[in-house]
Write a protein that binds this ligand. Structure first.
Ligand code: HEC
Ligand code: HEC
Ligand code: HEC
Ligand code: HEC
Ligand code: HEC
Length: 319
């Protein structure tokens, strides 16, 4: 009995203490950088092309994914942001938005919280510049001005969920314990020196390989922390409360990055690889009986059973 107790005490002690030694290598909350004043400045701060030389594969893969154009989207996202402004913000009595010039970063956060979290490092002018750029792009399309449309589309896509959004800004989740991401560090699975001059250090992000990392943006319901909660993606909620609750054990990364072989090109129904992993389909057909009828000939009655089994880690489609 004494032994059992001793082991139990040891276990409790280890369980509470071990994490203290294996916490991620963040640090104290850094002084915020001066706010970016233009789209160009914000894009430059999170420019993923800086990483190409040494991480070509990750970059090539990423550039095929929707993360690389997360406010342009498929390109369905940018127009929907305008719809949210016209049919939402401008119609809500207490939003403070009557005109585009009233739009602030806080207003756009109902989308950008997930589509462009680094917008919190920019001034309200950048929020308005984004809206004006999307409108200009839509207008250029209407006018048939392809060059201009293409140019503005590139500007919109220059704001995205790039390498440093995942490997720095969003990399550490439990900041009281793991610390805050430091401006000179890339977060992954290793510690030590990093060859990049501007980012001379590598440190460990304990949750980067866990579903909770993706859950930060892939949603679990209304975003209650906002003055006006929005709801878009809910895959993470469905993952937790349905898939995991029923014994599912794979992470988002295992399915979307490893098993799919797609790595940083995280995809869904737009890719063969993912569709192949999505369903088990069982179809059984049989004829029940034939009835002969002189006027109409043979009338077959068929019974077709279709069983669709969702093998993904969440409900589909999402949203
Ligand atoms: C001059 C070359 C160079 C540049 C530029 C560079 N890296 Fe690296 N990076 C490396 C090397 C080398 C490693 C170590 C690779 C290894 O050991 O697997 C590394 C490691 C990493 C890791 C950790 C990987 C792990 O397994 O934990 C991350 C994350 C990372 N780099 C991100 C970036 C990002 C983001 C950028 C652009 C902002 C970037 N790197 C720019 C050379 C570079
Ligand atoms: C909780 C995070 C979150 C918020 C807040 C959010 N979104 Fe999304 N949104 C996502 C994610 C993740 C996806 C992609 C995957 C999916 O289908 O779940 C997505 C997908 C979309 C798509 C389809 C993408 C495409 O390329 O076709 C549109 C359009 C969209 N969002 C618009 C918006 C707008 C507009 C707002 C604000 C009113 C908003 N979202 C708020 C996370 C969010
Ligand atoms: C949407 C988030 C996200 C973005 C954007 C992203 N990464 Fe990663 N990256 C991850 C995750 C998650 C892992 C770890 C995968 C695991 O542990 O299963 C990872 C792993 C890595 C690694 C370690 C080796 C490997 O390939 O597994 C390197 C290096 C890396 N990323 C570089 C980059 C670079 C460079 C970019 C930009 C071109 C980038 N990442 C963009 C999420 C991201
Ligand atoms: C910083 C927020 C953020 C993080 C972190 C993030 N995502 Fe996303 N992801 C998005 C947004 C926003 C979109 C949709 C962009 C659009 O089309 O407008 C998206 C799109 C996707 C899509 C494509 C969905 C489609 O409809 O085709 C997949 C798959 C995906 N993410 C998987 C992941 C996985 C797996 C992780 C974790 C390794 C992850 N994401 C981490 C925000 C994020
Ligand atoms: C067991 C494997 C598996 C796991 C675990 C998994 N996914 Fe998926 N996911 C898939 C497959 C396969 C698809 C493609 C089916 C489709 O899009 O219709 C998919 C589709 C998606 C989509 C697009 C949904 C849509 O509208 O069709 C998003 C977004 C996504 N996954 C994100 C995530 C995130 C975030 C996690 C972790 C919280 C995750 N997935 C966990 C296999 C998985």
């Amino acid at each position: 009995m004494k032994h059992v107790l001793a082991i139990a005490v040891l276990c409790v002690a280890l369980c509470t203490l071990t994490p203290l030694n294996s916490f991620g290598a963040g640090g104290p909350k850094p002084e915020p950088l001066p706010k970016a004043k233009t789209i160009a400045e914000l894009a430059e701060r999170y420019d993923s092309s800086r990483c190409i030389d040494c991480h070509e594969e990750a970059h090539d893969e990423w550039s095929e994914s929707l993360h690389s154009k997360s406010i342009l989207g498929s390109p369905r996202t940018a127009p929907t942001i305008i719809t949210a402004i016209e049919k939402g913000l401008k119609r809500f009595e207490y939003s403070g938005v009557k005109d585009d010039s009233d739009i602030t970063v806080e207003h756009l956060m109902m989308c950008m919280k997930c589509h462009l979290p680094q917008l919190d490092e920019a001034t309200d002018d950048v929020a308005r510049e984004i809206v004006a750029t999307i409108r200009g792009w839509q207008q250029a399309y209407k006018d048939g001005d392809e060059d201009k449309a293409e140019e503005l589309e590139e500007t919109i896509a220059s704001l995205n969920i790039g390498c440093m959004v995942c490997h720095n800004k969003m990399a550490l989740i439990h900041k009281y314990a793991d610390g805050y991401p430091q401006p000179d560090t890339v977060y992954g699975s290793q510690e030590g020196d990093h060859e990049d001059e501007e980012l001379p250090l590598m440190a460990e992000a304990p949750a980067l390989g866990e579903a909770i990392f993706c859950g930060q943006c892939h949603g679990h319901g209304p975003n209650f922390e906002l003055d006006h909660p929005s709801q878009c993606a809910t895959a993470y909620g469905s993952y937790l409360f349905s898939y995991v609750a029923h014994g599912g054990s794979e992470t988002c990364q295992e399915c979307h990055m490893e098993k799919s072989g797609l790595g940083h090109n995280m995809q869904a129904y737009n890719s063969e690889e993912m569709i192949e992993m999505a369903f088990d389909v069982k179809v059984e057909g049989r004829s029940l009986f034939w009835r002969k009828n002189k006027a109409e000939g043979v009338l077959p009655i068929g019974v077709i059973d279709v069983e669709l089994y969702n093998k993904t880690g969440h409900a589909i489609p999402d949203g």
